[in-house]
Write a protein that binds this ligand. Structure first.
Ligand SMILES: [Fe+2]
Ligand SMILES: [Fe+2]
Length: 152
């Protein structure tokens, strides 16, 4: 298995440029705790973007990458706990998407720490796109279900 899937996927992106992501109400899942976490998630990707653009030291890039990995795990667990508590029927499919992304970020983190890859704007654009698509599609799907169960 090749350890550079994130890099490979990112290279398939058309534009490959990104800007900072801005929170928009259309991302809201109308669950306060989750909206807060998504905002933090976006902030972390923006922070990573900033250090990459500013050509900061490898160690500062690495630190944010570690933080991003830990936060991704934490956030996905929060969502999965809610799914379990409320018997969300889309649990398995959603969890698989989380696991696939975690795996990519882990590979990226490991490759970076071993000096095998540098974090490029394309990689950031891919991460960005994944997160926004996931929030707008998969997360929105559970939102209506959980909202109907009174979760807000
Ligand atoms: Fe999410
Ligand atoms: Fe999710």
């Amino acid at each position: 298995m090749t350890p550079r899937n994130f890099v490979r996927f990112s290279e398939q992106l058309k534009g490959g440029k990104m800007a900072l992501i801005k929170w928009s109400d259309k991302y809201s899942v109308h669950i306060q705790k989750i909206d807060e976490q998504h905002k933090h998630f976006i902030n972390l990707i923006n922070k990573l973007y900033q250090v990459v653009v500013e050509e900061s030291t490898q160690s500062s890039v690495g630190k944010i990458l570690d933080e991003l990995f830990d936060y991704t795990n934490y956030h996905f667990k929060t969502e999965e706990e809610l799914f379990k508590t409320h018997n969300y029927p889309g649990f398995e499919i959603h969890k698989q998407q989380h696991e696939a992304f975690i795996k990519l970020v882990l590979e990226l983190k490991e490759d970076f720490s071993k000096g095998r890859v540098t974090i490029t704007l394309k990689i950031l654009a891919f991460m960005n796109e994944w997160l926004i698509n996931h929030i707008l599609n998969s997360d929105q799907k559970y939102a209506s279900y959980l909202n109907s169960k009174g979760v807000s």
